[in-house]
Design a protein around this ligand. Structure first.
Ligand code: PMP
Ligand code: GLN
Length: 387
């Protein structure tokens, strides 16, 4: 393994999912639903396969039906006009979109500001692109319900002459923070003022709860021409295995990202693209039902974790709850997660692996609630045995 990648080793998701399997534990680690997405969308994939749509290389930017559906989704949801021919690129999941965007837009030595804790592929892709990551830490707050918040002054102070790009993620994995309209406006102002590009990972755009609202960064003044927006069908439709993601951006940025994508995967898997095109056209009731179901699961798990003795950060979005294990008399989240399958038959993710400042993340542990109710109930029962 070369020096750029040596520090990354095996992803925590692979390590912890393997541990779940080998110990027969309930896997609340890696974020994937334990029930599949809508029947009619699965049928659409089968129909595409049978009808011979997408069984050979689809067009590089993605099949027209899906690009049109993505553009229509951006218009209907957010009022963002988007040309399906020049401003949309279909990718192999959001993961490839992130990689292609960073490989296309960074020069070696460019600094990238990322919110810490950051999704693990950000650090690895910045490194592969020869960039330098500059983390800005989301800090725990305990005012009127615990949450992790961005300090806008810290963000401003992190920008230097070498900063090329802000890598934003909202709703945020692993903390569940949803950046507010005010915070996003401040990020946008900073990007315009310092002439920065913004790559924004919005894969959890539909998973927001209560009063939280997802507002795409691209909707703010001056942002259309500098923002690469990334999303994916994995979370929104509960098909994480399909690996259909996309980029929306101004034509020049899409062309750049596509230049990198063509040498990563060339094109993305065909038949699933037709199915996701149908999924994006599902009525609002689908999205509302998904949110309601996940909110109930969040409440079940958050309440259960609190009863089991964890300090809980109630997420406004995503399908993860971050906890603080110190009330249990623990302080090392990595050791805690490695021992948890033996102690309680449950797998979780130690947030510390998403930090450069490992110490800042040491006591935080993430649990996923995108699981069947009875699975969450059993996990809570097991975790209560820890106290
Ligand atoms: N970004 C974030 C914040 C994620 O949590 C994930 C994992 N689902 C991804 C990107 C990757 O998405 P995909 O599975 O579509 O590649
Ligand atoms: N996004 C998922 C999570 O955060 C995992 C995806 C992966 O395994 N790379 O749990």
């Amino acid at each position: 393994l070369n020096r750029r990648l040596a520090e990354f080793g095996t992803t925590i998701f692979a390590e912890m999912s393997a541990l779940a399997l080998s110990t027969g534990s309930i896997n609340l680690g890696q974020g994937f639903p334990d029930t599949d997405g809508p029947e009619q969308v699965r049928e659409a994939a089968v129909r595409a396969l049978r009808d011979g749509r997408g069984n050979q290389y689809p067009p590089g930017p993605g099949v027209p039906e899906l690009r049109t559906a993505i553009a229509e989704h951006q218009r209907r949801r957010y009022g963002l006009g988007c040309n399906p021919d020049t401003e949309v690129l279909v990718t192999a999941g959001a993961t490839e979109a992130i990689a292609a965007a960073l490989l296309a837009l960074l020069e070696p030595g460019d600094e990238v500001i990322a919110l810490e804790p950051y999704y693990d592929s950000y650090a690895a892709c910045i490194a592969m692109a020869g960039g330098v990551r500059v983390p800005v830490t989301l800090r725990p707050h305990h005012d009127g319900g615990a949450s992790f918040r961005l300090d806008l002054d810290e963000l401003r102070d992190a920008v230097t002459e070498r900063t090329r790009l802000l890598l934003i993620n909202t709703p945020h994995n692993p903390t569940g923070t949803v950046l507010t309209r005010e915070e996003l406006a401040a990020i946008a102002e900073l990007a315009v003022e310092r002439d920065l590009l913004v790559v924004t990972d919005e894969v959890y755009e539909h998973l927001v709860f209560d009063d939280a609202e997802h507002v795409p960064l691209a909707t703010f003044p001056g942002m259309r021409e500098r923002t690469v927006t990334i999303s994916s069908a994995g979370k929104t439709f509960s098909f994480t295995g399909w690996k259909v993601g996309w980029v929306t951006a101004a034509p020049g940025l899409v062309t750049a990202v596509r230049s990198a994508k063509q040498f990563l995967t060339y094109v993305s898997s065909g038949p699933f693209q037709y199915a996701v095109a149908e999924a994006l056209a599902l009525p609002d009731t689908y999205f509302e039902a998904l949110r309601a179901e996940l909110r109930a699961k969040r409440d079940l798990l958050a309440t259960g974790l609190a009863e089991a003795g964890f300090a809980v950060f109630r997420p406004a979005g995503t399908y993860f709850v971050t906890t603080d294990i110190r009330p249990l008399g623990e302080s090392d989240g990595l050791a805690f997660c490695r021992a948890l399958p033996e102690r309680a038959g449950v797998v979780a993710i130690p947030n510390t692996v998403f930090y450069d400042h490992r110490e800042s993340g040491a006591p935080f542990v993430r649990f996923a609630f995108c699981k069947r109710t009875e699975v969450l109930e059993e996990a809570v029962r097991r975790l209560k045995s820890l106290a």
